[in-house]
Each structure stands twice: as C-alpha cells, then as structure tokens.
Design a protein around this ligand. Structure first.
Ligand code: FAD
Length: 543
C-alpha cells in the first residue's frame, strides 16, 4: 500500500498548492459539459491500451453493456472494458492512463450494476471497469466482534450480502429500496432508504474502504487512517478513486417485519406524524417512508394483494374524491417469539397518529421479502417489457422549512398524476449522519427525500413519454432553483460547472482540493460531468 504519492500535494509549498487550486478553479468556472468530449484520436488510445501486459481481461469486444445504464437515455461506447482479476489490474490500468499524462483524453469509470440514471457510470471512448465481475476478496464475516462486520468486494450486490449475512444471523443496518445495486455504486452516492433516520445512510455504516486513487495508488482508509480519502470517497460520485473493498457494519437480524400503510389527505398532519416518528425520543419503528398519490384510482384495491385492511368494511367504502393523498409507510422488525408484544406496541403507536382511519393496511412478511420488495415489482415489469424503458428520475433533498412551499407548488401545480411511477417523500434527521463526507445535503437538521421515480412509455409522445416527463422534471428544477428553498439534488446531475459549484456550495473548495490530491488529471468517473479530463500543458504545474 502506498499513500505517499497521494499526499505529495499536501507536502508542496502552500503557494504552489494555491496556484494549482486557483488554476483548477479557473478551468472549471462556467464550463458547460453538455457535449461529451471526443478524444482527438480514439484509435491511439486503443493502441496504447493494447500494448498493456497484465493478467486481467481487458476486452475491446465485450463492451456493449457498458455503454448504457438504467436511466436508458445515454448511450456512449467505451473503448474497452476491464474485467479485473485482482486489485493490481485496477491499479495498473489507472497507472497506465495516469502516466499517459496530459496528452491523452482517456478516462476510466467504475461500473457497479449500471443502475445510474444519467450516464454516470459511462466512460465515452475510455475504459470501464466492470466491478460486478470483481469478486475479490470473498465475503469475510467477523461475527464475534463487539461491533460485527463483513469485508466485501465493492462490486458485490447488496442482495448477496443480505443472504450471506442472514446465514450468520446478522444483517447490514442501512439499505436502499432496491438491493440489486453494488456496494461501490451506492457508497459513491449515499444509499438512502427508510432506515436512514435511525442509522444514517449506507455511507454512515462503513468502517473501512480500500480505494485505488486516480494516480493508481492503492490506499486503505477509515476514520483513523487516511481519513481525508475515506470521507472524500463516501458520497464522492466516484471522483477520487475506485472503491475496491468495503467493511460494512452488521447487527443481529430479525426474521419478521410488520409492514404498515395508511393514507392522509392533510399534508400537515402527514408530515407532523412523520417528523414525530423520526424524532430522537421515538425510535419506535425501524423503517419510515411515504409517498404521494395524485389522480390514481384503485389504490387500496391494489394493496389488497399484499396487505390486509384493519377494517375491511370501512376500507371498501373509502374513496379519494380526486384528493391528493399521502401514504405513510412504516415497518417494525421482530422475531416470531415477540409477536404479541410487538403487536401491542405497534397498536399503541398507531393510535397516536392522524391517518384516515379506514385506510390502515397491515401485512406481516419475512425480513428478506420486505427488504427485497422492489425486486418483486421488477419481475412483474420485466414480464411486461416495462423494466428496460427510459427512467427520467429526479431526486431532491428538501429542507423541513421548505417542504410545505415545495409541496404546494409541485404536487398541486406541476405533477398531474403519479401513475408513471412512485413519488416518495420522507424525512431524515441529519444529526445521525456522518459529517465530512462528500455528500451534499440541505443545511437543516431535518430534511425530506422527495423522489420522482418515473418510467416512460417507450415511443410515447404523450404525457407518459420521456419528453413530457423530462419537461415536468425541468419545471420542478426551475422552481427549485428560482425559489431558493435550499433544496439539493440527490444522485445529482448537472451539465455546467456553475451548477456543480452551486450544488456543493461551501463544500466546493474541499471537493476541488480532494480532486487535485487524488485524481489530478480528472481521469475518473467522467460520466458525472463535474471535471473535464485535464489535457492542457498548464496542469503540469501540479503533477
Ligand atoms: P453504477 O450506476 O454502476 O455507478 C454509479 C456511479 O458510481 C458511477 O459514477 C460509477 O462510476 C461510480 N462507481 C460505481 N462503482 C464504484 C466503485 N466501486 N468505486 C468508485 N465509484 C464507483 N439510491 C438510494 O440511495 N436509495 C434507494 O432507495 C435507491 N433505489 C434505487 C432503485 C432502483 C431501481 C435504481 C435503479 C436505483 C436506486 N437508487 C437508490 C440509486 C442507486 O443507489 C444509484 O444509482 C447507484 O449508483 C447504483 O448503483 P450501481 O452499482 O448500479 O452503480
């Protein structure tokens, strides 16, 4: 392991460092990254890669899948895909590109499960590293520790970690709604789901990482060791290194879950209840989310396939009358022997809430089925050829003080219905989130994740087509930026440096400083469109 090169910059005289920082600032000011950079001579990049000698598989043929992602709107071919056999393959390829220096346009992107939405895992005419095929090290559990953990390859899917952990009676603490994503992919963003109000996002629940920086250095980092790189990589949008290994915190696993849904028509009552439930003195539920229902019929009927109404007669009579509704979704974990106690506890907690009484629906499912619930929807959508469609998603983090203004404008004036995909809305409390990572959140302690998770009908030019849904998203983004409500994008996507600077706010300089330290040629994760590949002779002042 060698961190010496990565730290070289910090040892430079402050004046040199300042010049470099000013320069990086100047090349990124107001730059528009909408157009994808085209290498001057792609064949020569390929030639340079073909001369490499190493034991991994660098393919120039098996590359098609690496040209697209779940968003299904960006299709850009790499020159080659690396299927790494060892960490040294990854270090070697980055070293090679780094040593080509300022004369090459080659970039490198890690690809997890390719479930980005806006081409973030693509490397046009560059090298994509297929992390999912990298299975080293094998999952290693440390179950007897005071704080148990598992060491995994960053290309591992969370669903596999769940299954292996459960064999030992353990489980990771914090999840995403969908588990067929890689560890490296979600840790590069945050990994937010209904457990985040208790445990923080997934980036809070990692003890250690192994990272290959943009200089090709292999570095182990944690809060105690190389903490700056550790914090940089968490939520770092792949900008500072390829995460190759992660140490994930575990806790004893429950076997069962009480899964609860109830509707509100009053937004204030809905958010008051959500906020009360996530407040510190009320760790009563293990999971809390919510979603918006606009102009949808038959919702309660759909629930009946997996939930039971508490009062079937009343539930039958419920009609939405065209109202916008808000659904609170809760889960309580338990083991079978505690079912009586849990039911009493849940009942007494539900009594305190202000949902519409006839709309309370409950279900009891296994812990695995609860966590892997989106996979069931995936299978159904796949059967109908509706999974691999364009996904114009928009994820926002809205401060508590703005949520009412936001809801008033967006749910009443911009979003006309929620039949193209769920609109999630739930609060989290930042006091439980780790400081110092690269993740950007609103300034307030409590903020809401609002996620517009639309699927577009292929070839439709109507309201359910990709253009209409993108136009709707643009209206929301315009409102967000003009209203100055302190809202941040999650899984951010911007096309100009000005927008990225505004996104990072006062974290921008730290982000730049870290970029300069760990990936000074801007080789990594070009699909995020934050930094253009450094190709000018000017940059030689700091490499
Ligand atoms: P990819 O799309 O392959 O990569 C994402 C980015 O990370 C790219 O820039 C890539 O270069 C970089 N990257 C990938 N691997 C590494 C690595 N090892 N080291 C460094 N950089 C790397 N997110 C949530 O927070 N909560 C949710 O509930 C949630 N639900 C989702 C449900 C679905 C159906 C989908 C499609 C996405 C969901 N997401 C959610 C978003 C998801 O977390 C991100 O899109 C994530 O990046 C996907 O992981 P991936 O393995 O597919 O990453």
């Amino acid at each position: 392991m060698c961190i010496s090169q990565s730290n070289k910059l910090f040892r430079l005289k402050p004046i040199v460092f300042k010049i470099a920082l000013v320069f990086l600032l100047s090349i990124t000011i107001n730059r528009d990254h909408t157009a994808t950079p085209t290498p001057q001579s792609p064949p020569s990049s390929r030639l340079s890669l073909e001369t490499m000698r190493f034991d991994g598989n660098l393919s120039f043929e098996n590359i098609q899948h690496a040209s697209k992602d779940f968003g299904n709107r960006f299709h850009l071919m790499p020159t080659a895909v690396l299927y790494p056999k060892s960490i040294s393959n990854i270090a070697q390829i980055i070293n090679h590109v780094f040593n080509l220096g300022l004369t090459s346009h080659l970039t490198v992107a890690a690809r997890g499960h390719g479930h980005s939405l806006e081409g973030q895992a693509l490397a046009p005419d560059g090298v994509v590293i297929d992390m999912e095929s990298y299975k080293s090290p094998a999952m290693t559990f440390h179950a007897r520790e005071k704080h148990p953990y598992v060491d995994v390859s960053a290309g591992e899917l969370w669903i596999n970690i769940l299954h292996e952990s459960l064999k030992r009676g353990l489980t990771p603490k914090s999840w995403t709604d969908y588990l067929h994503l890689t560890v490296g992919g979600t840790l590069s963003n945050a990994g937010i789901s209904g457990q985040a109000f208790r445990h923080g996002p997934q980036i809070n629940n990692v003890y250690r990482l192994q990272v290959v920086t943009g200089r090709g250095d292999v570095v182990t980092c944690s809060d105690e060791q190389n903490a700056d790189l550790f914090n940089a990589a968490l939520g770092g949008l792949g900008q500072f290194g390829i995460i190759t290994e992660a140490r994930i915190a575990l806790e004893p696993a429950p076997t069962k879950v009480k899964w609860i849904r109830a509707l509100y028509s009053d937004f204030t009552a809905f958010t008051n209840d959500q906020e009360r439930l996530i407040s510190h003195s009320r760790d009563a539920f293990d999971y809390l989310e919510g979603f918006v229902v606009i102009n949808r019929t038959g919702l309660l009927n759909n629930w009946r396939s997996s939930f039971n109404p508490r009062d079937p007669v009343q539930a039958e009579q419920f009609t939405s009358d065209g109202r916008i509704l808000f659904c609170l979704e809760l889960a309580k974990y338990f083991n079978v022997e505690d079912v009586g106690e849990i039911e009493r506890e849940v009942d007494s907690l539900l009594m305190e809430l202000s949902y519409i009484r006839s709309t309370l629906f409950l279900s009891e499912v296994s812990y695995v089925d609860f966590l892997d619930r989106v996979h069931v929807s995936e299978m159904k959508l796949r059967e109908n050829d509706l999974w691999d469609v364009p996904h114009p998603w928009l994820n926002l983090l809205v401060p508590r003080s703005s949520i009412h203004g936001f809801a008033e404008e967006v749910f009443h004036n911009i979003v006309k219905d929620t039949s193209n995909g769920p609109v999630l809305i739930y609060p989290v409390n930042k006091s439980r989130w780790k400081n110092g990572t690269s993740l950007v959140t609103p300034d307030e302690d409590v903020f809401y994740l609002v996620a517009f998770l639309s699927s577009a009908m292929p070839s439709s030019v109507g309201r359910d087509g990709v253009d209409a849904l993108l136009a709707r998203n643009r209206r929301i983004v315009k409102f967000v930026s003009e209203s100055k409500l302190g809202i941040k994008q999650y899984l951010p996507h911007y096309t100009t440096t000005q927008e990225w600077r505004a996104h990072f706010g006062d974290k921008w300089e730290v982000f730049l400083r870290r970029k300069l330290a760990y990936d000074p040629l801007a080789i990594l994760a070009p699909g995020q469109r934050i930094f253009p590949r450094a190709i000018s002779f000017h940059l030689s002042i700091y490499v």
